[in-house]
Design a protein around this ligand. Structure first.
Ligand code: SF4
Ligand code: SF4
Length: 303
């Protein structure tokens, strides 16, 4: 895929302020897998892939699919793994998937936390105790304030996520709180302190937070605004910022529909790079406006 329309903006004859840069794949260090598909028990107003209880655009991945990918990833010397959705704990094979991945390397799990009961937390702790590799959990929330959180995530989302957080903390995990920035960037410091305090109050042993920028795609684009024409990257944007800092220089995202360049662009046909990991070992043109958000925020989806 990766077809670009219009003039060839990567040609050296075009000035760097208009040339579309290509990100090289320096090494495939990280494999993302969308094991939850686009199905989610929440319908957050800013979800950039519009996940929800009725979104079957991407199917969940089966344990067999995950195992095949792990074999491919092992042959390509992938170092770590991340899984996401949708909501991964809706996948009926999730615990088998976690075990299979943790046999191969460290694993990060993105979840909204609302389905993590005491039993599930204990099962996770049991899996961790049997694995030589580290299991990291990231729980997404919007606010330490219940009403503000539920305005974006829906009724009961706060209560259930806090329960999930506390259930994980009770068995020794320190989930990383993931928050999409809904305030001015200058306020990051004070906001971070308030979130850390919130985690301490909920008995999380090592409070940590990750603040993510909002991508103007999916439901966020519907509810706020989409990208403007000028919000694009050119080669000039990378004169003082190494393009290899972008996560797409060292990772790929596997879904039930094939392998995409990154977790952000799974609804974009032009970001589908191939059927197998091997087919995606090549540069990718940063022609999408979402790449602008990655550049200005220096964003990496990993912790
Ligand atoms: S942001 Fe996360 S929790 Fe919210 S609808 Fe999307 S996938 Fe679900
Ligand atoms: S959206 Fe970000 S991670 Fe995805 S291809 Fe663009 S720069 Fe890379």
């Amino acid at each position: 895929m990766n077809t670009m329309t219009g003039p060839n903006l990567s040609s050296p004859a075009v000035p760097s302020a208009t040339r579309i840069p290509e990100v090289p794949l320096v090494s495939l260090d990280t494999l993302w897998m969308q094991v939850g598909g686009t199905l989610c028990n929440l319908s957050c107003t800013h979800c950039f892939i519009s996940c929800g209880p009725k979104n079957h655009n991407h199917a969940m991945m089966s344990l067999a699919e995950v195992r095949r990918l792990l074999d491919d990833a092992g042959a390509l010397a992938v170092k770590d793994y991340w899984i996401t959705g949708g909501e991964v704990f809706l996948n009926p094979q999730i615990f088998g998937i976690l075990e299979a991945i943790l046999e191969r390397g460290p694993l990060g799990v993105l979840t909204n936390g609302t389905l993590i009961t005491p039993d599930k937390a204990r099962a996770l702790a049991d899996i961790q105790s049997r694995s030589p590799h580290r299991l990291t959990l990231r729980i997404s929330m919007e606010s330490f304030d219940e009403e503000a959180n539920n305005r974006i995530r829906g009724a009961q989302a706060y209560r259930k996520a806090v329960e999930g957080l506390r259930n994980l903390a009770a068995v020794g995990f320190s989930p990383i709180l993931t928050v999409t920035r809904s305030w001015e960037e200058e306020e990051d410091g004070p906001m971070e302190n308030r979130f850390l305090e919130f985690l301490r109050q909920n008995d999380v042993p090592e409070p940590r937070i990750k603040i993510l920028p909002g991508f103007l795609l999916g439901r966020l684009a519907e509810n706020e605004r989409g990208y403007m024409e000028e919000e694009r990257v050119t080669e000039k944007c990378f004169e003082n910022f190494p393009i290899t800092n972008l996560q797409c220089a060292s990772s790929r995202m596997a879904t039930s529909k094939g392998v995409f360049v990154c977790p952000i662009l799974v609804d974009e046909d032009r970001a589908r790079m191939g059927e197998t990991l091997k087919e995606t070992l090549r540069p990718f043109p940063l022609a999408h406006s979402a790449c602008y958000t990655c550049r200005v925020s220096g964003m990496s989806c990993k912790s």
